[in-house]
Design a protein around this ligand. Structure first.
Ligand code: HEC
Length: 97
């Protein structure tokens, strides 16, 4: 393999990795933003906190039901919140403190 090819491969790897981590970062930032701006309009975080540690199926059903309750959430917001909340552990400080 030529030196140029090696450099290009390395560059491609770095770019893919950077794109992955940036994407994850953005999803959790958005999750936090929606949590603080939307989810506490009707009830406290306590209600969300109590359910942490549950799976995607639970959060998919719950967040969709919140839209039915009147929460202003786009389809993308719902996807963000399902990923964000099902990825948190019980008592995660971002929700519970
Ligand atoms: C428009 C008002 C409203 C908004 C906004 C809202 N909720 Fe709720 N939420 C409710 C009501 C009403 C209940 C109780 C009835 C029910 O469970 O549907 C509830 C209950 C819950 C429960 C308890 C469910 C259970 O089975 O114990 C969780 C968890 C929850 N909400 C999470 C969220 C999250 C996460 C968001 C933001 C994405 C959110 N809520 C936004 C009205 C709202």
């Amino acid at each position: 393999m030529s030196v140029l090819m090696k450099v290009l491969c390395l560059l491609a790897f770095v770019l893919v990795f950077a794109a992955m981590t940036t994407h994850t970062g953005r999803a959790s930032d958005d999750g936090e933003r929606i949590l603080n701006n939307v989810c506490n309009q009707c009830h406290s975080h306590e209600r969300v906190c109590r359910n942490l540690g549950r799976d995607e199926g639970f959060w998919d059903a719950t967040v969709n039901r919140m839209r039915g309750n009147g929460a202003p959430l786009s389809d993308e917001d719902i996807e963000t919140m399902v990923t964000f909340l099902s990825g948190l552990e019980k008592n995660a400080p971002v929700v519970c403190e």
